[in-house]
Design a protein around this ligand. Sequence first.
Ligand code: SF4
Length: 279
Amino acid sequence: MREIDLSEVTEKIKETLIRINHELDDSLVTAFNRAKDKEKDDLSRSILDDIIQNQDIARKGSAPLCQDTGMVVVFAEIGSDLFYEGNLDEAINKGVSEAYTDGYLRKSVVNDPFDRINTKDNTPAIIHHKIVDGSQLKLNLASKGAGSENMSKVVMLKPSDGIEGVKQLVLDTIFDAGGKPCPPLIVGVGIGGNLEKSALIAKEAVLRDLDDESDNETIRAMERDLYEAINRLGVGPMGVGGETTCLAVKINTFPMHIASLPVAINIQCHSSRHEVIVL
Ligand code: SF4
């Protein structure tokens, strides 16, 4: 049995949220630069240049990457040999509150679908829990903006729709979204499970590393095909047209009922702010 102090969790959540709202992962910056070098369209290239300059300014600490500093999502994997005194969710939410208050990040969470009163510290975070073997605490943490989340969806396809039906659904979703989710995008697709499971694995998919490919040959081929097909849609950076609509497609799958083919598409904008914390 290993013991951790939950004040460490609060401190780490606070520090990470402030940092990821100012500093994009280097792999993403490399992907922007690679896309800019490939783009033939002048306007698209200049938008990519703006995105690159914007993240550079944010990195120097002047302002967050985007005015929408997101709602916090945490996938918590809790080792069964880990012990702590107190309430993990409270420790996480305290870190969120301190990050958004002390870090001057926009508070974007309202208390109720219809009262819509701002909670004033960006809490509560959306926290998913899983008990795993071991004595570590792993927190996969994201600040998810609403522009891209609003264009995401879950659809219950028929099993007979097959691979082509899933691909068409993804392409239609990205085309219909146009510039609203702030492309270039990372597209997370969850196939299988049921209604809520497909949405969860799609969210986990957008948090995968940019260069991570599926171990499954069929799914890996789908990820590559969809990446190419989405970039042929002509939506382009911020919807101005061009060849860079997405930077990656990630597909996660799960077993499902014989009569179902649930598909969730979780769209992540270019301001992809996430990090894994291990304590
Ligand atoms: S979708 Fe992303 S880049 Fe666009 S406003 Fe929201 S957080 Fe910012």
